[in-house]
Design a protein. Structure first.
Length: 139
C-alpha cells in the first residue's frame, strides 16, 4: 500500500513538467503580478553614492506600498476622496504638492500608518533621488 501511494505521488509530481523538466503554471504560466509587486531592475553600484535613479529607487523601496494597488495608495485614496479630490491624486507620482523636503521628512519620521524608514532601509543618496523624482513627477 505504501509503495503504491509513493508511486502515485511520484507520477503526479511529474505531470506538470515540460520537456526540459521545468514546471509550468496553470494555463501556461503564473498570473501577472499586480503593479505594487513589480520592481524595476536594481541600480548597480554603491547605494551610498549620489546620482541614483529616483524612479528605480522609488519602485524598489517605496513601490510595494505606493504604486497602484499598494496599501499606502489605498489609504491615500480614502483620504483624497474625503478631501474632494480625484482618486488619481493618491498616487504619489501624480501629486503636484510634494516637495523634496516634505518627502524626506515623511520618510525619515513616518506619518500615520507609514513607519519611519531608517538609513538601512533607504540610504540618504537613494532618498535624495526619490524625493527629487517625486517633487518633479506630478508637475
Amino acid at each position: 500500500m505504501k509503495r503504491a501511494l509513493i508511486l502515485a505521488a511520484l507520477a503526479l509530481a511529474g505531470c506538470n513538467k515540460t520537456d526540459d523538466g521545468a514546471h509550468k503554471g496553470p494555463q501556461g504560466g503564473p498570473p501577472p503580478l499586480p503593479p505594487y509587486q513589480i520592481r524595476a531592475e536594481a541600480q548597480p553600484g554603491d547605494r551610498l553614492a549620489a546620482g541614483r535613479d529616483g524612479e528605480r529607487a522609488f519602485s524598489n523601496h517605496c513601490g510595494y506600498c505606493h504604486l497602484a494597488g499598494g496599501m499606502g495608495t489605498n489609504l491615500l485614496v480614502k483620504q483624497r476622496v474625503a478631501l474632494g479630490e480625484p482618486p488619481e491624486n493618491a498616487l504619489l507620482t501624480n501629486r503636484n504638492d510634494l516637495t523634496a523636503d516634505y518627502v524626506k521628512s515623511v520618510v525619515r519620521l513616518g506619518k500615520v500608518a507609514m513607519p519611519r524608514q531608517t538609513r538601512v532601509d533607504i540610504t540618504d543618496a537613494e532618498l535624495d533621488a526619490v524625493a527629487t523624482y517625486l517633487a518633479k513627477a506630478g508637475k
